[in-house]
Ligand binder design. Structure first.
Ligand code: ATP
Ligand code: MG
Length: 233
């Protein structure tokens, strides 16, 4: 469903070109669980933004669900993103003055979904992440782990087929981090394609497929015969 060929991305920093992605090739199929690890600055977030259609390659091709994305307008890219992609970030990115319910509802409001259907879907995903009892709490009334659960609920409320997570446990204590990994892995077991960028070796190792990035390219890409489902703990 994700097919990248020789994708290049260069940023200009003070007139100096900085190549964030270098002839990057990547194929990801439906239902995969891929972790991406690598040193700071190796291009992991750039890659996720590219997959999530938040950024465009300078050259190379990116097909999402067999559709070439390079020539699409911003509107078409936004629609494709809305229908296919959910994003989770290290810093949660919730709206501070909105309740948990309203934060999760936001993508549906923007998509013009009717209130009754919104309510059903939002309560459904809040229940799924174990936060139904915190619906009316605002972000400053929630713990880090709970904030990330709200962010996950928001990311999946539109039923995306692909979930992209950039350091989802980076701001969490160990136990909350483990809980978040479990929520993400349950979603993957229900069929969502899961791509997780992480510095946490233990988390990266849980994925069935493990990619390693160095200097804007994927230098190793291992598919394990046993993944999280079989790992103890
Ligand atoms: N908007 C931007 N403008 C200029 N340079 C950028 C921009 N975004 C990223 N870069 C540069 O591109 C390179 C790759 O950045 P990226 O954020 O993808 O790295 P990363 O692997 O996610 O690192 P980290 O582990 O620290 O999050 C870095 O050298 C970074 O400085
Ligand atoms: Mg990053």
């Amino acid at each position: 469903m994700i097919e990248m060929r020789e994708v290049n991305k260069t940023y200009l920093m003070g007139g100096q070109p900085l190549q964030a992605l270098k002839d990057l090739d990547l194929n990801v199929g439906p239902g995969e669980y891929l972790s991406v690890m690598g040193p700071s600055g190796s291009g992991k977030s750039t890659l996720l933004n590219m997959i999530g259609l938040l950024d465009r390659p300078d050259s190379g091709s990116y097909r999402l669900n067999d559709e070439p994305t390079e020539a699409l307008s911003e509107e078409a890219r936004a629609a494709l993103r809305r229908d296919n992609i959910g994003f989770i970030f290290q810093a949660f990115h919730l709206v501070g003055r909105l309740s948990a319910f309203e934060n999760v509802e936001l993508p549906m409001v923007l998509a013009g979904v009717a209130p009754a259907e919104r309510k059903r879907a939002v309560n459904g995903v809040l229940d799924q992440v174990g936060l139904l009892s915190r619906s009316h709490h605002r972000p400053n009334q929630l713990s880090g782990g709970q904030l990330q659960r709200v962010a996950i609920a928001r990311a999946i409320v539109m039923k995306p087929r692909i979930l992209l997570a950039d350091e989802p446990t980076g701001n969490l204590d160990q136990q909350s981090g483990r809980d978040i990994v479990e929520v993400l892995e349950n979603l993957n077991q229900e069929g969502i394609t899961l791509i997780v960028v992480t510095h946490d070796m233990a988390m990266g190792k849980r994925a069935r497929r493990r990619g390693q990035m160095v200097d804007g390219a994927i230098v190793s890409d291992d598919l394990q015969s046993s993944g999280a489902a079989h790992a103890p703990g």
